[in-house]
Ligand binder design. Structure first.
Ligand code: PLP
Length: 411
């Protein structure tokens, strides 16, 4: 008989042993905090030694609905035991309903399902280019897409081609041409950059990876106007900012505007499964003919069933309204923290960047101190602590975590 390890025996592995295995066998394309998690529920996670932490990162907003939401676990397991994958060679009974529900919820005509956020952005780039050639009349291979400094849209070869972070590009050339980079939050720079060959402006309504950078009020409204005047598609990458994080279903609503094309991912399936999508008009997504684009797993019934439920959870649990309210109070509280290390705090909804002073010793050391106190957050760049708890967090839970944050910032 082969030797089968029981769950208990496996659990006897020490954190350091898991970490050593990962270091040996897994490429080092991340630098995680050294906490080895094995279980999650709502805002809480437990490591392999049974220590409990509050997740104050929420997988970069993929976990807006919290860890292992019971409704999502049920949707996943029920659908998994019925039908998981058909490929798009055949139809399934979940995709049409997911498409309808997503479009109706957000007020768009059509969607195209993919798996990861980067694939949704790639899809938007392809749609914008083909729209440029077939609808706008841009000469072949001349399409330009304008993007912003400090952007994060994913890690594919084309997407890193328009990153302004040298590390993302260094060693991965030759890069994809056809992108122009302008300063973020500067509508005049957009106006100056538009040419007759511009097909789209791709922008995050709030820049997440850049450190929760909030643009000036009215910026997106001006972007909306300029894109309309010049027949340029306004593409909002709402993969991190959308689905409740800022207190709105879509963060662009803060400026009262609708983008022409929206990319979604992360919380679209509540962290239970990788699901992404592009939503837009028939004019834009109608440019795709069979064979132009696709994905074996995109639109699979398991993904669609989970995503349908994940969207309903956001609505039923009023996550946008709760987030707007808790977010305002949290910002007030964070602003009152009198810390020698903090330069300033920015954010929207339940999404904050605590920007540290240059001599504060870096954000990572504060994240390590927070971890020791039972709060898991992650630095972004050198000097920003990002806070983004699951949106199902209660007021008491939030208060508990903010006490810890205040503690490490004032000690
Ligand atoms: C995370 C993120 C992506 C990429 O999503 P992946 O699922 O990691 O490919 C794209 N755009 C934004 C704004 C993101 O935050």
């Amino acid at each position: 008989m082969s030797k089968v390890q029981t769950a208990e025996q496996k659990a006897k592995m020490k954190p350091a042993e898991y970490i050593a295995l990962e270091e040996q066998y897994n490429a080092k394309n991340y630098k995680p905090l050294d906490v080895v998690l094995e279980r999650g529920e709502g805002v809480w996670v437990w490591d392999v030694e049974g220590n409990k932490y509050m997740d104050f990162l929420a997988a970069y907003s993929a976990l807006n609905q919290g860890h292992c939401h019971p409704r999502l676990v049920r949707a996943l397991t029920e659908q998994a035991s019925k039908l998981a994958l058909t490929s798009r060679a055949f139809r399934n009974d979940q995709l049409p309903l997911f498409a309808k529900e997503l479009c109706e919820l957000l007020g768009y005509e059509m969607m195209l399902p993919m798996n990861t956020g980067a694939e949704a952005v790639e899809t938007a780039v392809k749609a914008a280019r083909k729209w440029g050639y077939t609808v706008k009349g841009v000469p072949d291979d001349q399409a330009e897409i304008i993007t912003c400094e400090g952007n994060f849209h994913g890690r594919t070869t084309t997407i890193v081609s328009f990153s302004s972070d040298e590390q993302y590009k260094d060693g991965f050339g030759p890069l994809t041409p056809g992108f122009v980079i302008i300063p973020y939050g500067d509508a005049d720079a957009l106006e100056a950059a538009i040419t007759p060959n511009t097909v789209a402006f791709l922008v995050e309504p709030v820049q997440g990876e850049a450190g929760v950078v909030v643009p000036p009020d009215g910026y997106l409204a001006r972007v909306r106007e300029l894109c309309g005047e010049h027949n340029v598609l306004f593409i909002a990458d709402e993969i991190q900012s959308g689905l409740g994080r800022t207190g709105y279903m879509l963060a662009a609503e803060h400026d009262g505007v609708r983008a022409d094309v929206v990319t979604l991912g992360k919380a679209l399936a509540g962290g239970m499964y990788p699901v992404s999508a592009v939503v837009s008009s028939r004019e834009v997504l109608g440019v795709f003919d069979p064979g132009d684009h696709g994905s074996t797993f995109g639109g699979n019934p398991l993904a669609c069933a989970v995503a349908r439920e994940a969207l309903k959870v956001i609505v039923d649990e009023k996550l946008c309204e709760r987030t707007a309210e808790l977010g305002t109070r949290t910002m007030e509280r964070l602003q009152t923290i009198d810390s020698p290390y903090v330069d300033f705090v920015r954010g929207r909804g339940l999404w904050f960047g605590i920007v540290l002073k240059d001599d504060a010793g870096g954000a990572r050391s504060f994240c390590e101190k927070l971890m020791a106190e039972g709060v898991l957050a992650k630095e972004t760049h050198e000097n920003v602590i990002r806070l983004a708890p699951p949106l199902v967090i209660t007021e008491d839970e939030l208060g508990w975590a903010l006490d810890k944050v205040e503690g490490v910032l004032t000690r």
